[in-house]
Design a protein around this ligand. Sequence first.
Ligand SMILES: O=P(O)(O)OC[C@@H](O)[C@@H](O)c1c[nH]c2ccccc12
Length: 244
Amino acid sequence: MPFITAGDPDIETTAALIRELAAQGVDLIEIGFPYSDPIADGPVIQASYTRALERKLHVDDIFACVQSVTESATGKFPNLVAMVAYAIVLRVGPETFVAKAKAAGFVGFIIPDLPADEAEEMTQIVRGAGLDLIQLIAPTTTRERTAKILELASGFLYCISIAGTTGVRDDLPPELYEQLEWLKTQTDVPLAVGFGVSRPEQVEPLRKLADGVIVGSAIVRAAEKSPAAMGELAAAMTAAAHGG
Ligand SMILES: O=P(O)(O)OC[C@@H](O)[C@@H](O)c1c[nH]c2ccccc12
């Protein structure tokens, strides 16, 4: 599941990148709504948001872009999930935001700064539209909090691999594997691991314990080089995730 930033470096490129990722057979694409006050974003994603914001990108530009891609898509197309700051959702209005996103073709939302105990209203709006509000679990999340998060979880569970910010890491911590094993006994919601994943070798040991991996910074960096370089990485990671 690759992550890209909408509007980096412009919205036309975003449409091309989504099409390229779909052509490489990825299962889901996270589309980041650039925000001036990043949440947990490391330098690569922050720089990507800055490039997008320099163009005075509007939320409606993102919806129009996604709609144009999903409308013209033929055959199997990856699910699209909006990664968006709660402040942006509130500015547009939660009902309106969800309705517009659904019309554009999004099937879910990740709102990293909306904690589970404040997410009930948003969950209702999103579920009411037949979509998913993806919940996040960090290595520091207590078991008690996990129970609350699992109550609200649908679509998949975003398992943050390491405390800290997004960005490529050499190794994933051993505690991650234990946490995934335990989570598997607690929920049927698919588990996806994100933060620090950039190479096919990292996917291999996760295949038994998780249902998906999220690749952000490495994909954004490859896309900076060229859509083809990004496509190549997406294909390699997808093959590793699918067991190729
Ligand atoms: O960049 P990484 O380490 O590959 O991690 C994915 C991440 O970028 C993406 O899912 C993401 C971008 N911004 C976020 C904010 C919070 C949580 C997650 C994210």
